[in-house]
Design a protein around this ligand. Structure first.
Ligand SMILES: *[C@@H]1O[C@H](CO)[C@@H](O)[C@H](O)[C@H]1NC(C)=O
Ligand SMILES: *[C@@H]1O[C@H](CO)[C@@H](O)[C@H](O)[C@H]1NC(C)=O
Ligand SMILES: *[C@@H]1O[C@H](CO)[C@@H](O)[C@H](O)[C@H]1NC(C)=O
Length: 340
């Protein structure tokens, strides 16, 4: 999709990540104020960049349709965004709609250019599953002082609190109030990946009109409410999403790990789509790798065969946090250990 020419990909150095607490017991309008204040200048610049992209690529009627059918319409979601918008100050050059549409940037077809991200689940000899993910996906914006920034400059860890307890942690970008990368403590972890060649925005919009949902805020609500891997897996697999994509989940119990190849409308709606891949027990596979193409088809790029070859030189006894980390040492990785 050449219309999204601003989106390209490269490897950037890891930067230290700030931490924020998001208190879900606060009224939604107040939850993101600290983040909004911290990243205010970055947000203003990102939203100007995003607004320019929207104006260059979307017809007004199409934009209205995305806002009406494609975004989450819950009061909580709208109130959180309004709180951020108000927190930015007055006399802004973009509207609340700009923030709203930023939350469905995947569904609007933006990251379809090339490789986007990958996930690796590896089970050690006891079945302990380590979930590694990278995010090599770019959104460049030029700050008023002419410096060029990108996702790593605005990536932070958010701890979501409810009833005085930390419920889950998300790797976040400002304005994006859903989750693309998150872990519920003692529960399950989640990662969303681009499904290349299938993420057509027009078809996604049609699906939205038929009731298909964007994933980000929906999965965040599951993180808030669903304690365990099996329930999360079956709920996500049974949801009607408006865009094709991959979901990678791991759990805190032995051999809990799965990859869902999600079709538009419903899981495995297309006959050629791989079924849910998962660990079974010690007799099954010890790693599950997901790049941006279907595991049952010829690879679209070198990452899957190359990584599988390297992993095949190892055995399950090698699996550790460091092993998963080293696998893509020079990439941007978020790495989790659910099982303490
Ligand atoms: C509002 O913004 C415009 C440019 O975006 C600027 O020219 C104007 O002075 C601003 N007004 C106030 C009251 O800040
Ligand atoms: C599968 O997708 C078609 C559209 O391609 C849709 O009409 C149908 O309802 C979907 N099936 C299910 C079970 O969601
Ligand atoms: C996922 O959903 C499909 C139907 O859309 C179903 O056939 C399959 O059994 C489900 N898999 C799991 C693991 O829930």
């Amino acid at each position: 999709m050449s219309r999204w020419a601003l989106w390209t990909f490269l490897v950037a150095p890891v930067v230290a990540m700030p931490h924020f607490d998001i208190n879900l017991d606060l009224p939604p309008r107040q939850r993101w104020l600290e983040v909004t204040k911290y990243y205010r200048q970055e947000i203003l610049t990102m939203m100007d960049t995003w607004e320019a992209m929207l104006q260059a690529t979307l017809q007004p009627a199409e934009k209205a349709d995305w806002l009406r059918y494609g975004t989450d319409n819950s009061e909580e979601y709208q109130e959180e965004l309004l709180g951020i918008y108000e927190g930015l100050g007055t006399n802004l050059s973009f509207s609340l709609d700009t923030l709203n549409l930023f939350n469905i940037l995947y569904e609007m077809g933006s990251p379809t250019l090339t490789q986007a991200c990958s996930g690796l689940l590896a089970a050690d000899v006891n079945g302990k599953v380590i979930h590694g993910r990278n995010m090599d996906y770019q959104f460049l914006f030029k700050m008023p002082d002419e410096t060029i920034k990108d996702w790593p400059d605005v990536t932070f860890e958010a701890y979501f609190w409810k009833g005085g307890r930390r419920i889950f942690m998300g790797i976040q970008w400002p304005i994006y109030i859903g989750v693309h990368t998150a872990m519920r403590f003692n529960g399950w972890s989640f990662e969303q990946n681009t499904r290349l060649g299938m993420n057509d925005p027009q078809l996604n919009l049609e699906s939205a009109k038929g009731g298909g949902k964007p994933y980000g805020f929906l999965v965040r609500k599951l993180m808030e409410t669903t304690p365990d891997f099996e329930t999360a897996l079956s709920k996500i697999n049974a949801t009607s999403f408006l865009a094709p994509q991959y979901f990678i989940l791991a759990g805190a119990k032995p051999f809990e790990g799965a990859v869902i190849s999600m079709d538009r409308f419903s899981a495995q709606n297309l006959s050629a789509t791989p079924p849910v891949r998962r660990f079974s027990d010690s007799a099954g596979p010890w790693f599950l790798l997901q790049t941006n193409d279907d595991a049952n088809k010829f690879p679209l790029d070198h990452r899957r065969p190359m990584t599988a070859t390297i992993l095949a030189m190892h055995g399950q006894q090698d699996v550790s946090i460091n092993f998963v980390w080293d696998w893509r040492r020079n990439r941007r990785w978020n790495l989790w250990q659910l099982w303490k």
